[in-house]
Design a binder for this molecule. Structure first.
Ligand SMILES: C[S@@+](CC[C@H](N)C(=O)[O-])C[C@H]1O[C@@H](n2cnc3c(N)ncnc32)[C@H](O)[C@@H]1O
Length: 224
């Protein structure tokens, strides 16, 4: 029996799905239950989907979801690290969500066709490292912040432009964001308090980096 998957997408995954090119072909890396490609295929937003996972269990779960959603025929599944076994032909968008920033960098570094597609990235950790890597590699991007309860999620929509950029400390830590957005302002306010506290702790410990974190907290304060 076919069933609608839409209600299963969290706000975070729905925000990733909304960035995918209409009528495109999505590749979801680290797909786990394949909720994202199942929704994109069922809704008709994508004509075809590729889903990968490094572990067999999640990939089996992905197969079940796609089967129950009645869209397995439009999907290809690969058990591999990142995009290692994926051929780029036709793929418009690559989504890498719910993983650490260092894993996302590792996956992209090993993908020779990363410059040809739209990247939708939702890192859980090490977000400044991912931003630095993208800037050094000549990617341009925009960011949005999604809030689910107490948690904030950052989603980057990136394309290769060839322009290498130097990021300011504020751009590294908060991102290339729209400061008018309510969720960005809440996120930045939360980060500002964390940086301020860190600066105080470092100062008490006599550490020189205290000044950098205090300056960052001040730079955020001036934007809010
Ligand atoms: C926390 S889940 C995220 C699932 C989904 N993308 C989401 O955002 O809800 C992370 C998934 O990524 C997979 N994974 C981790 N490292 C990977 C890699 N290098 N290549 C492919 N899949 C990976 C894990 O097996 C797991 O299923």
């Amino acid at each position: 029996m076919k069933w609608r998957i839409r209600t299963m997408l969290t706000k975070r995954l729905a925000a990733c799905a909304a960035q995918v090119t209409p009528a495109g072909v999505v590749c979801d890396v680290g797909t786990d239950h394949a909720y994202l490609p199942a929704e994109l295929l069922q809704s008709g937003r994508c004509t075809r989907a590729v889903a990968t996972d490094i572990h067999a269990g999640p990939l089996e779960a992905a197969r079940r979801t796609l089967t129950e959603a009645g869209v397995l025929e439009q999907a290809e599944l690969f058990l591999c690290d990142g995009l290692e076994q994926v051929q780029p032909a036709g793929i418009t968008d690559v989504v890498i969500a719910g993983m650490g920033g260092e894993t996302i960098v590792h996956i992209l570094e090993n993908c020779p066709w990363r410059r040809q597609v739209h990247l939708i990235l939702q890192p859980m950790t090490k977000i400044p490292d991912l931003r630095l890597w993208l800037a050094q590699q000549g990617f341009g991007w925009s960011e949005q912040v999604v809030q689910e309860g107490e948690k904030f999620y950052v989603i980057l929509s990136a394309r290769h432009t060839g322009t290498v950029r130097i990021l300011s400390p504020l751009e590294q830590e908060i991102g290339c964001v729209d400061w008018q957005s309510e969720s960005v302002r809440r996120y930045a306010g939360w980060k500002q308090q964390r940086f301020q506290k860190l600066a105080q702790q470092l100062e008490q410990a006599g550490r020189a980096e205290a000044a950098d974190w205090a300056a960052l907290a001040q730079a955020i304060q001036e934007k809010l």
